[in-house]
Write a protein that binds this ligand. Structure first.
Ligand SMILES: NC(=O)C1=CN([C@@H]2O[C@H](COP(=O)(O)OP(=O)(O)OC[C@H]3O[C@@H](n4cnc5c(N)ncnc54)[C@H](O)[C@@H]3O)[C@@H](O)[C@H]2O)C=CC1
Ligand SMILES: O=C(O)[C@@H]1CCC=N1
Length: 273
């Protein structure tokens, strides 16, 4: 739940799809003066500041948290530069894969005396509407106050869960970081199938989208397991049972979803170096 105290000041490095999704929520919740570092222009309300390069960051700006939200494969140069500018920050990475070890090594490359405290977070794009879910892991030595500040930021745009081992962030990435894409794919496929059944495209689109929205909202409100909610829709001998006979074949959704999530987690692991 959003907190009433002002959110920590941040240097947000990379304000693309994920950075911007979080920023939208933070601005609504009242944030200490912050800086967004991105090559592209961002109109920010006062007293926040946009910087195109590290050199544009106001000299007297010391953020509570430096958040890195650039692509994991393209982060090295900016991390090295930041290491020369901010010696001992709380470095909150939302990048898939990049391990604490690799982040620290790169951060210190051009400034061996830099000593960042690294926290990894894996949010998702529903953060843009306050409906995100973020998994977090902090390296040993992170203080309770530093963890609280990271948690407050992510909690202002959804819910948070902490994991006990760093490698579990890869599993979080595969389930909830990438997860919205799986649901959007389902929306696309249901819409297409509705059109195949003769529905006008706009009607098929509305039916698919509102079904996913409604089922998600019902899951959120209900104390019942997802399997129980599924059974409530499935009349014996009825229409849903026929559809589920196909989807629940061991080789159909159970296998496909398991393999897809495993592939995403594997890719996160590959990105870790
Ligand atoms: N898109 C998603 O759903 C999620 C993404 N993430 C993570 O968030 C990170 C960013 O992903 P997206 O937002 O999708 O990428 P994106 O490409 O939309 O955003 C990256 C932003 O960083 C800026 N940028 C890159 N290098 C820069 C530099 N050296 N100086 C200034 N600005 C620079 C780009 O201009 C761009 O606006 C990735 O590491 C990804 O793993 C995490 C969870 C979900
Ligand atoms: O696809 C990706 O690599 C990022 C991480 C989770 C969602 N998007």
């Amino acid at each position: 739940m959003p907190s009433s105290s002002p959110l920590p000041s941040v240097l947000l490095v990379g304000c693309g799809k994920m950075g911007n999704a979080m920023l939208e929520g933070w601005l609504k919740h009242g944030q200490k003066p912050s800086v967004v570092l991105d090559r592209h222009d961002h109109a920010l309300p006062s007293p926040h500041h946009h910087a195109r390069t590290v050199a544009d960051i106001p000299a007297d700006f010391t953020p509570d948290i430096v958040i890195v939200a650039v692509k994991p494969q393209k982060a090295d140069a900016i991390l090295e530069e930041l290491g020369q500018h901010f010696s001992n920050p709380v470095l909150l990475s939302v990048m898939a894969g990049r391990s604490i070890e690799s982040l620290t090594k790169t951060y210190k490359k051009a400034n061996p005396s830099a000593n960042p405290t690294v926290v990894r977070a894996m949010p998702n794009t529903p953060c843009a509407i306050g409906a995100g879910i973020t998994g977090l892991y902090a390296e040993a030595g992170t203080t309770a106050e530093q963890k609280d500040q990271c948690d407050a930021l992510l909690r202002s745009v959804g819910e948070t869960v902490w994991v006990e081992q760093e490698n579990l962030i890869d599993a979080v990435t595969a389930v909830s970081g990438s997860g919205p894409a799986y649901i959007f794919l389902l929306a696309e496929l249901m819409e297409k199938a509705g059109i195949e059944q003769g529905l006008p495209p706009e009607t098929a689109r509305k039916l698919a989208r509102r079904t996913i929205f409604g089922a998600g909202a019902l899951l959120d409100h209900s104390v019942l397991d997802a399997s129980e909610l599924r059974i409530q829709v499935t009349s014996p001998g009825g229409t849903t049972a026929e559809a589920l006979k196909i989807l629940m074949q061991p080789d159909a959704w159970p296998k496909a979803v398991s393999q897809a999530i495993s592939a995403a987690a594997h890719r996160a692991h590959e990105l870790s170096s």
